[in-house]
Design a protein. Structure first.
Length: 334
């Protein structure tokens, strides 16, 4: 029997079917992708997609402003301490004209310094001086300015405008439910605020942000003394019928401080519910430590409301013109 002859086309088809069955690809003529990706331009700038386009430079803020405590000034160099950290900072090249603006500053006074940043540091342009009231360095102490009104949401609040150094802050008296379920200011806080006079210190505890800030607590700061702690006053009863007598180990009933080289004593009100807390505070003070003492007075005595360590461990100095270490051209303002 004769075998039929296979054509070339049939042989190619037969080989192709075997290759496909075994997963063997057949070489194909290469062709470019349907969506070729363009070569990146170099360099590119910003979001314009255009080469060699320089980015728009951001404006440089070269202004300077800061709150500091005055420490000293000599030969064009102003030495201050940062608030509240107390880090020493020096500014050099202070002009005679600028020095005149803080010529009456005492150690511990607040300076509001403004100027311009330079490659060599800061070139000061202005300096405003503020002498804190005794006790104002307490972080929760503010100087009362006035009373006002403000609306938060749909609710009206009585507000207290106060100052801390150069800044004005507004606190709101929290509202409570009054007669007829009406929202009214907290009665105790409102009574205290109504008794304040401009320039008086008030203690306020509240949030650090907001306008106004709803206060958690407000109370009159009382009379203030800033002095160096000397010692605790202890007394004991030798008998139930005898008066108290000084003792080295008795109950703490007060403290002695030194102010202007004169010793002064302050007593804890034995009827105060904070008497034991105040005694514990007094026991923690060290001799020579600067403390802020708040007192109230009744018909019988002055009693300690609160006492705490001062953030500024230096007593205020008398207001005097800058000393003779000024530049030769310096002269006090007239």
């Amino acid at each position: 029997m004769s075998v039929p002859k296979l054509s070339v086309a049939m042989v190619v088809l037969f080989v192709a079917s075997i290759c496909m069955a075994q997963g063997v690809g057949i070489p194909r003529t290469s062709r470019p992708p349907s969506n070729p990706r363009p070569a990146p331009s170099s360099p590119r700038s910003g979001n314009t997609g255009q080469p060699n386009q320089p980015a728009t430079p951001k404006p440089v803020d070269d202004t300077f402003s800061g709150i500091y405590r005055f420490d000293s000034f000599a030969k064009g160099t102003l030495t201050v301490k940062s608030v509240p950290a107390g880090t020493t900072v020096t500014f050099t090249g202070v002009s005679d004209a600028l020095a005149k603006s803080f010529s009456t500053a005492a150690i511990g006074d607040i300076l509001n310094l403004q100027g311009k940043k330079t490659n060599n540091g800061v070139a000061l342009a202005t300096a405003a001086v503020y002498a804190p009231k005794p006790g104002e360095d307490d972080p929760r102490a503010y100087v009362f300015v006035s009373k006002g009104q403000a609306t938060i949401g749909n609710e009206s609040f009585t507000t207290v405008n106060v100052k801390k150094y150069f800044d004005t802050v507004v606190f709101a008296i929290p509202n409570t439910f009054g007669a007829g379920n009406k929202r009214v200011p907290d009665a105790a806080m409102l009574k205290m605020v109504n008794a304040l006079v401009a320039g008086e210190l008030v203690e306020i505890d509240g949030p650090s942000t907001g306008n106004p800030r709803v206060a958690h607590m407000m109370r009159s700061y009382g009379n203030v003394t800033v002095a160096k702690f000397s010692k605790a006053i202890r007394q004991t009863n030798s008998a139930a019928t005898q008066p108290t007598a000084p003792s080295a180990t008795g109950k703490v009933v007060g403290m002695t401080v030194i102010n202007s080289d004169q010793p002064t004593s302050f007593n804890i009100d034995p009827a105060s519910r904070f008497a034991s807390i105040l005694a514990d505070k007094i026991l923690r003070f060290k001799e020579g430590q600067v403390v802020i003492i708040r007192t109230t007075k009744d018909a019988s005595d002055s009693w300690i409301i609160d006492v705490r360590s001062s953030p500024v461990q230096e007593l205020p100095k008398p207001k005097t013109a800058l000393p003779s270490n000024q530049p030769p051209s310096y002269s006090p303002p007239t």
